[in-house]
Design a protein around this ligand. Structure first.
Ligand code: APR
Ligand code: PHB
Length: 424
């Protein structure tokens, strides 16, 4: 067992302070003087880091989460919310499904609009499984509340997080807070710090292999306090570009249109957005679209990205720190949970049975599922967006792919089984 853990401290940091959530450095802790210790140091207080911390804490493994932003900032991010059954199960196992069980919305199908018609993909009928509509913002809030309830340690607004000793078995994290510097020694470091985090950048380039595809367009997303236009998601392929009709609740809608990467939010006043969305939807859908002022509007680039391997000595990467998918397949959050499922069981096996077999296998196991979701997300993006550079032949190929999809149960089943989530 990791020598100096203070079993009395609710937090798992060996100091003479019992710590509380929204933890600020205890004044008695002499910056730079005392070294903090824990078992698993986690960088990033997004869904990956929080979920891992929750699962490990529930089995008595101590963690500390370092997050560079404030909690309000993290909770202010608007992100997708389509959960695979596997993720729903993991949240229930981790004891953080209360909000989802109360307010989540199970969906048995999705629609694909094309050539003025809507085609239904019967997820439940074709696979026996459904997906759960529950916003990532709400989920992240639930995770923070669960961490607080257990006295989990999450340090917000930390600066200059740096990683040390991952290749010589003395992993440690250093950071600054309030102008003071701190050091945390741990047994493992988990990089859950997203695409722009420090973890992946801390790995020597010769130890990494990166794969990337950047798409020549973005998604302009709008959140509005309006009644969703449909009870199931509508993915639309239209000569003017892709569009998506999604929702957060019966009174909160989320819509997206494909836009140029040169566009700025200011180029898209609400009426232009609603006009363009209506133009890309089948007439009967456009006719019943309720419009209103946007309460959030942002443009996101589309990228497929994977880094290999996911382990470097005592450092493990998970979630967006390791891979990005274009949002067309709704896989981003689910892949983060998939990594955390594999990594948490590997760490639990290590602490319970001294076995590092799972840790050895983590990268290969997690990447096998990541690549399948990357393929599906790339394929959905290719199927539903306008790619000016592919020309007329490309358009005809896309048309043939859609015609085949809607005429083949096998093809629809393939889409459905990927959408609801492939086995772990
Ligand atoms: N030090 C501390 N924290 C950091 C650092 C750093 N150097 N760099 C980034 N972070 C924090 C970010 O502020 C963010 O809160 O790491 C967190 C990473 O969270 P996410 O980007 O949400 O990544 P992840 O937890 O893996 O969740 C993946 O998020 O983007 C969506 O589609 C994606 O749904 C998927 C999910
Ligand atoms: C969303 O609700 O924001 C959403 C849903 C499905 C996607 C992407 C985003 O594929």
């Amino acid at each position: 067992m990791f020598g100096v853990i203070d079993p009395g401290s609710a937090s798992g940091i060996a100091t003479n302070q019992v710590l509380h959530s929204e933890w600020a450095m205890p004044s008695s802790l002499k910056p730079g003087k005392e070294t903090l210790r824990t078992q698993v140091g986690i960088i990033g207080g997004g869904p990956s880091g929080l979920l891992l911390s929750q699962i490990l804490h529930r089995v008595g493994i101590e963690t500390v989460v370092l997050e560079r932003r404030s909690r309000a900032y993290v909770l202010g991010r608007i992100r997708a919310g389509v959960l695979e059954q596997g993720m729903v199960d993991l949240l229930q196992e981790a004891g953080v499904s209360g909000g989802m069980d109360r307010n989540g919305d199970p969906h048995e199908g999705i629609r694909i609009a094309y050539d003025g018609r809507r085609h239904r993909i019967d997820l439940k009928g074709l696979t026996g499984k459904t997906v759960m509509l529950y916003g990532q913002t709400e989920l992240t809030r639930d995770l923070y509340e669960a961490r607080d309830a257990m006295g989990g340690v999450i340090l917000h607004e930390v600066e200059n997080v740096a990683i040390h000793g991952i290749s010589d078995d003395t992993p440690a994290l250093t950071w600054c807070a309030g102008g003071e510097s701190y050091r945390l020694e741990c047994e493992f470091i988990i990089g859950c710090d997203g695409f722009h985090g420090v973890s992946r950048r801390s790995i020597p380039p010769e130890g990494l292999r990166e794969y990337e595809r950047v798409y020549p367009f973005g998604w302009l997303g709008v959140l509005s306090r309006t009644r969703p236009v449909n009870d199931e998601l509508i993915y639309a392929n239209h000569p003017r570009g892709f569009a998506l009709c999604s929702m957060r609740s019966p009174a909160l809608s989320r819509y997206y249109v494909q836009c140029s990467l040169d566009d700025r939010v200011k180029d898209w006043p609400d009426e232009r957005f609603w006009g363009e969305l209506k133009a890309r939807l089948p007439e009967e859908v456009a006719a019943r679209l309720e419009t209103g002022p946007s309460i959030e509007k942002s443009i996101a680039p589309l990228r497929s990205f994977v880094v290999e391997p996911l382990r470097h000595g005592r450092l493990f990467l998970a979630g967006d720190a390791a891979h990005i998918v274009p949002p067309t397949g709704a896989k981003g959050l689910n892949l983060a949970a998939s990594d955390i499922r594999y990594l948490s069981s590997a760490l639990i096996a290590y602490y319970r049975h001294g076995s590092d077999a799972g840790l050895e296998r983590y990268s290969e196991q997690a990447l096998a599922r990541v690549w399948k979701a990357e393929r599906f997300s790339w394929w959905m993006t290719g199927l539903l967006h306008r790619f000016p550079e592919t020309g007329e032949f490309g358009d005809r190929m896309q048309r043939a792919e859609l015609d085949y999809l809607f005429s083949s149960t096998a093809a629809m089943t393939s889409l459905a089984e990927n959408y609801v989530g492939l086995p772990y």
